[in-house]
Design a protein around this ligand. Structure first.
Ligand code: ATP
Ligand code: MG
Length: 423
């Protein structure tokens, strides 16, 4: 027996039956993003390891333990991208885009890789849709994106996702907050998980994001950053909230919301689903502002704001919400006799060129077995074409859901199908 292979753990195959929902989610996203003036970018799935270390942050979970890093044959350290914001910023800087246009609105769709413990909605290869706007520091841009994502989720029929909002301050006010937070956490040090004990010294804000029950309990009592924002950050955050009100975008203030990456300043938001289908992986997306990122990666001082949605989780939600588009053919062509076979091929080809979904099974066989296949294909109609009918230039069009077959002139077949589709 030849050896059988299995896919890599945590990396899924997407097969017909499953892929339709993905295509539906992605095509809806492409359409919505185009209306908001976003253009797609595609960057490679591997980048220089240092790009992520520098931008995402050495003390984050992603860089600390989740990256797929390897040396190529020339000894360069490369990493399968764990997220898309740093690669997009790298491309933005490398191509001097800020010299070509003052504002750029980009989005990307593609696989990301994180070496994580797997469960429902948490995989080692997963897909993100990410959105990045460069060049605008105004709160209106943050709000435009939050409204965009809210609208996209609504278009996908996903109710029950709430927008959590916070501000993470900036270099002027966050250090003060961090000091106060460390003071609070130190008092609870013993109750923290081992990792959080370490986070406490290396990256205390991240303790607020720990998934451990006891740490979350402690986090709930932590001081709020919103009370310590400096005046400019406060003004920015107030305007974000005012404009969300103007656009009637519902949100929940969550002063303990931090993001898993180091590069955030000011606005941070997360989209959290209530549906139990996601288990503990309830965040479908998150984002915020990163005004220092482009500069910190060697570009000029260009403010930016963005978010990423997890497509795997979105598709799970869409499926649970009954949003399963079908890939049914309109017509399954059944033939009787060899002469009909050639004509059927021609007819099917012509109909496909005219925009119809048509199937035919070249194995032929009895009418009964072909009708069985027609049934299995879930086609709306079967077209039965025999030598006798062919001589008369007609065929039988049979509704698969039941009902009487109707005779259709072959030269009226396309028009008839079009009419039926519209009725
Ligand atoms: P989580 O808290 O669930 O680990 P995160 O904060 O690490 O999420 P981000 O880096 O903000 O996630 O990525 C944005 C979105 O990408 C998440 O909200 C989620 O929907 C999705 N995502 C992140 N990691 C995974 C994964 N391992 N498998 C599937 N989807 C993921
Ligand atoms: Mg994570």
């Amino acid at each position: 027996m030849n050896q059988k292979f299995a896919g890599v753990k945590g990396m899924n195959d997407l097969l017909p039956g499953e892929i339709e929902i993905w295509q539906h989610v992605e095509s809806t996203a492409h359409a919505v993003l185009a209306r908001y003036g976003y253009s797609e970018v595609r960057t490679p799935v591997v980048e220089d390891t240092a790009l992520f270390v520098r931008s995402v942050g050495e003390t984050t979970d992603i860089v600390g333990k989740e990256m797929y890093t390897f040396d190529d044959k020339a000894g360069r350290s490369l990493t399968l991208r764990p997220e898309g914001t740093a690669p997009a910023a790298r491309a933005y800087i490398e191509h001097s885009v800020q010299n070509l246009e003052p504002v750029s609105r980009w989005y990307y769709v593609g696989p990301m890789f994180r070496y994580e413990r797997m469960k429902t909605g948490r995989y080692r290869q997963f897909f993100q849709l990410g959105v990045e706007a460069y060049g605008i520091a105004e709160p209106a841009e943050d709000v435009e994106q939050m409204e965009l994502v809210t609208h996209l989720l609504a278009r996908l029929g996903l109710t029950g996702v709430s927008l959590n909002l916070n501000s993470l301050g900036d270099d002027a006010c966050r250090p003060e907050y961090q000091k106060k937070l460390v003071g609070y956490l130190e008092a609870h040090r013993e109750a923290l998980c081992a990792e959080c004990k370490e986070r406490l010294t290396r990256n205390p804000l991240r303790v607020l994001d720990c998934k451990n029950e006891r740490c979350q309990e402690i986090a709930r009592g932590a001081p709020s950053i919103l009370e310590m924002l400096c005046q400019p950050c406060q003004a920015h955050f107030a305007e974000v909230q005012r404009l969300l009100g103007v656009l009637r975008v519902p949100y929940v203030l969550n002063p303990r919301l931090v993001r898993g990456l180091d590069y955030y300043t000011r606005t941070a938001f997360e989209l959290v689903a209530a549906d139990p289908v996601l288990g503990t992986a309830s965040a479908v997306g998150g984002g915020g502002r990163y005004d220092k990122l482009v500069e910190s990666l060697g570009g000029s001082a260009v403010p930016a704001v963005g978010f990423a949605l997890g497509l795997d989780r979105l598709c799970l939600l869409a499926k649970a919400a009954g949003q399963v588009p079908t890939g049914r053919p309109e017509l399954f062509v059944v033939t009787v006799g060899p002469a009909a076979r050639d004509r059927a091929l021609e007819l099917a080809t012509g109909l496909r060129h005219a925009g119809h979904r048509v199937e035919l099974d070249a194995r032929g066989g009895s009418v009964k077995s072909q009708m069985k296949r027609a049934d299995k294909s879930a086609a709306t109609y079967a077209l039965v074409l025999g030598d006798q009918e062919l001589a008369e230039g007609v065929a039988q069009l049979k509704p698969m859901a039941g009902g009487e077959p109707v005779r259709v002139a072959l030269d009226r077949l396309e028009a008839t199908l079009t009419e039926l589709k519209q009725s």
